[in-house]
Ligand binder design. Sequence first.
Ligand code: AMP
Length: 299
Amino acid sequence: MIRVTSPEEVKRIVKAKKQAGQTIGFIPTMGFLHEGHLSLFKKARETSDFVCVSIFVNPTQFGDPKDYSTYPRDIERDAELAEKAGADLLFCPDREAIYPNDEEVTVKVNARTDVLCGASRPGHFDGVATVLTKFFNIFSPDKAYFGLKDAQQVAVVQSLIHSFHYDIELVPCPLVRESDGLAKSSRNVHLSDEERAEAVHLSRGLKAGIETVEAGERDFDAVIRAVRQYYADHLKLGTVDYVDVLNYPECSRKQKTIAGRFIIACAVQYANARLIDNMIADSADIKEAAFHAANIDEK
Ligand code: AMP
């Protein structure tokens, strides 16, 4: 695995690989790698010739400076994991390499930002779209791999690719959970033992929502109420930031009632970690939702 810190060097390497007929797979991350990230590496290993990973804690997507400064980092451990998982190139730039002129030019996202994490983290998706525009130009990947853990991000990035005419295939990858159902996240290390034990209820609350749809409920607000009630009954340490049910990938309510593909999503704030989770399903094929819910082992 080649380790690179300069965008120019990445461009040189990628150009040579492309000239040799290889396809470029790209996985952007903020590091502190876990099995969620590694599932993206695996998918990339299977479907791209030259697998590139970036580790960059992007300052412009953090609203809260404390969240940015305390975001977990361990580059040496990450490099080992990335190499074992089959990455060919690891890009770990510093802030100046990515923002040479500070923020002279940025990207603004105008759709899907008034809901979910867009609403509770103003400017977050502008930061995400700005850094990804830079990375897409540095790597010119054929495929870019993103996890559905951040389903709203997947929808926003798909729109970025389409809007800016990038010749990139976005490959969405399934959300990876702990065996008790907690979505794997770099931020989970900031949970106390009591918070970690309680956090299993995030996915169970979403599952409770899916079950109401399975039972025939099609009213958005009724499903939201069911999830909120579950959280009211089970969360004592965490504070619910949002619970929402929306059409996906539009991230809005297309009709008065749930029809077609939808997302049930939540964000819960603990003392030192804000956790997000979601389940995506299709009301026309609710078995799929049941499949997602069944993946959660309630031992
Ligand atoms: P991050 O380092 O949190 O910015 O995540 C980098 C990529 O890994 C994003 O595309 C995330 O959606 C994805 N990812 C993070 N956690 C998970 C997970 N539990 N399951 C699947 N993908 C994940």
